[in-house]
Design a protein around this ligand. Structure first.
Ligand code: SAM
Length: 235
């Protein structure tokens, strides 16, 4: 994905929802400076520790980016963060305003993280549907954000250069999960506190176990995808 970016050595690039700065550090190898923004202080502390000095990090809520009065950047990267904003269009408009006219935006998000793995038992599919609707309607997370990105960019007048759906060896793959990928999914379920709270511990354990069995089967296939939209802000 990073190879597709029109990033240049003199540019300043934003990394919105930078987390612990893994991508910020990679962006920094190809531009003059990176500004990573996230609301989690612990992530930012880790990012400051391991990223080069040309990366700066700011603790802020990405729904209120206008209040930071940032100098417009040449480009903006955001991976796996858009889904936290089910009403994303106005948020994206405020992000795009932080990019200079003629600058680029790259947004990466998963589509159908949970229900996009098959063959899941019908009652587990139903449980995922119920939970993902609950998260979306309560403004917490949109599990199907990936498919919405291109359309939203166009609605805001951005020029979509490419919209790519990619396989991912952990999030969107076919066949039996390797022990390493299975362990990563177990850790993901351990972090899913909203889902545990929604279903209660016993039901949550049953659902996550069924999911892990599905991705451990040779018959497993995925319709989930990781979507990347690359867009330009018109001059
Ligand atoms: C799944 S992580 C992605 C981290 C990184 N971009 C990556 O690709 O590895 C999502 C990040 O978005 C941040 N985030 C979610 N909602 C936010 C908000 N309203 N304001 C600021 N950061 C937010 C989280 O703190 C987290 O670091």
């Amino acid at each position: 994905m990073l190879k597709q970016l029109p990033i240049e050595s003199g540019q300043t690039v934003l990394d919105l929802g930078c987390g612990p700065g893994l991508v910020s550090a990679r962006l920094a190898t190809r531009c003059a400076s990176v500004i990573g923004i996230d609301r989690e202080a612990d992530f930012l502390e880790a990012a400051r520790r391991h990223c080069p000095a040309k990366c700066g990090f700011v603790e802020a809520d990405l729904a209120e980016l206008d209040s930071l009065e940032l100098r417009p950047a040449n480009g903006m990267w955001s991976s796996f963060t858009a889904a936290y904003f089910p009403a994303f269009e106005p948020v994206l408009a405020s992000w795009a305003a932080c990019v200079k006219p003629g600058g680029w935006l790259a947004i990466v998000e998963i589509d159908d993280l949970l229900a996009g793995h098959h063959p899941l038992p019908v009652e587990i599919q139903r449980a995922f549907k119920e939970f993902t609707e609950h998260m979306r309607l309560n403004g917490l997370y949109d599990f199907r954000m990936g498919r919405r990105l291109g359309k939203m960019c166009r609605a805001l007048g951005l020029t979509v250069v490419s919209e790519t759906a990619l396989e991912d060896r952990e999030l969107a793959f076919d066949g039996e999960a390797s022990p390493e990928i299975l362990a990563a999914w177990k850790r993901r379920f351990e972090r899913m506190s909203s889902m545990r709270a929604y279903f209660g511990a016993r039901r949550f354990n049953e659902i996550s176990q069924e999911f892990l069995e599905t991705i451990s089967s040779p018959a497993h296939y995925s319709t989930a995808s990781v979507v990347m939209v690359l867009a330009m802000r018109p001059e």
